[in-house]
Design a protein around this ligand. Structure first.
Ligand code: HEM
Length: 248
């Protein structure tokens, strides 16, 4: 395996782990949350630098009909993800700097809304590149495809899908995401909001396993749906191609 791919996969794993920790501000400490948020932003830039050829190539040929739909979809979701991460980082700083309750709430809703949206976008991003991830792991651990490995991976997918769907439901993922975005849209213009304290008080310290299983499983649902939709689309295109070849 080449060194570039090793660097890429290590960076990607570090980003995924960091991203999950952000969803509970008291998992480690608020200071850790803020500093690692900035580190995460730097990692994104390195991630983009390592993939700069693809980014430059697709940016120039986005409207080219020869470029596949999945490549365009990947480019657009990556772009929205990048904008969301910028919104998260800036709003994080503005939550601390804001002077009025109205603006604290506004920046919090930008911060939370963009974070929830990023969960779906990261999931889709991982789903589109899952083949690449699996190839690297197969090479690194010399795993060969067999009926047993296929059965185990199908079981893992099913359990993750069930757990993730249940978590999306119990966490009200879609309602929360929509509520944050709606609040931001309604409060762009500063308002004279009367508000209480924005201090939540000390809540219980969650464990990493809790946070990882909750948010990791939600991300996985988006990855699994994207991966299998992509696979089904590729299959149907292959079948179309074969049938036109036969009839020609
Ligand atoms: C990609 C990076 C980041 C993500 C995904 C993220 C996401 C989140 C999420 C989901 C929460 C709510 C956590 C909870 O309720 O327990 C939160 C809280 C918070 N974040 Fe971030 N964050 C990031 C980076 C930052 C940065 C760089 C700063 C500041 C420099 C920041 C400042 C804050 C603050 C002040 C809160 C507490 C808001 C409150 O009072 O509840 N975040 N963040």
């Amino acid at each position: 395996m080449n060194k570039k791919n090793i660097t890429k996969i290590i960076l990607d794993i570090a980003m995924a782990v960091l991203f999950i920790t952000f969803f509970k501000k008291n998992l480690i400490s608020m200071k850790f949350h803020m500093i690692s948020g900035i580190v995460f932003g730097i990692f994104i830039l390195v991630h983009m630098f390592l993939n700069r050829k693809w980014i430059a190539n697709i940016s120039m040929r986005l409207f080219d009909k020869k470029i596949k739909f999945r490549t365009k979809l990947s480019y657009i979701t990556s772009l929205i993800l990048f904008i969301s991460i910028i919104a998260i980082l800036f709003s994080g700083v503005y939550i601390i700097k804001a002077k009025t309750y109205d603006r604290v709430m506004f920046w919090k809703m930008v911060h939370f809304g963009a974070s929830y949206l990023s969960i779906a976008l990261i999931g889709i991003h991982i789903g589109l590149y899952w083949n690449w991830v699996m190839n690297i792991f197969k090479k690194a651990f010399k795993i060969k495809s067999s009926n047993v490995t296929k059965l185990i991976s199908s079981l893992i997918v099913l359990v993750t899908l069930a757990l993730g769907s249940y978590t999306i439901y119990t966490q009200n993922y879609f309602t929360k995401t929509y509520a944050c975005i709606e609040y931001v849209a309604q409060h762009i213009v500063p308002q004279d909001l009367e508000g209480g304290s924005s201090y939540y008080g000390e809540s219980e310290k969650p464990s990493f396993i809790d946070v990882a299983s909750t948010y990791g499983s939600i991300i996985s649902v988006f990855s699994i749906v994207t991966y299998y939709s992509d696979k089904a689309l590729k299959k149907s295109k292959k079948a179309d191609f074969k049938s036109t070849k036969i009839s020609a």
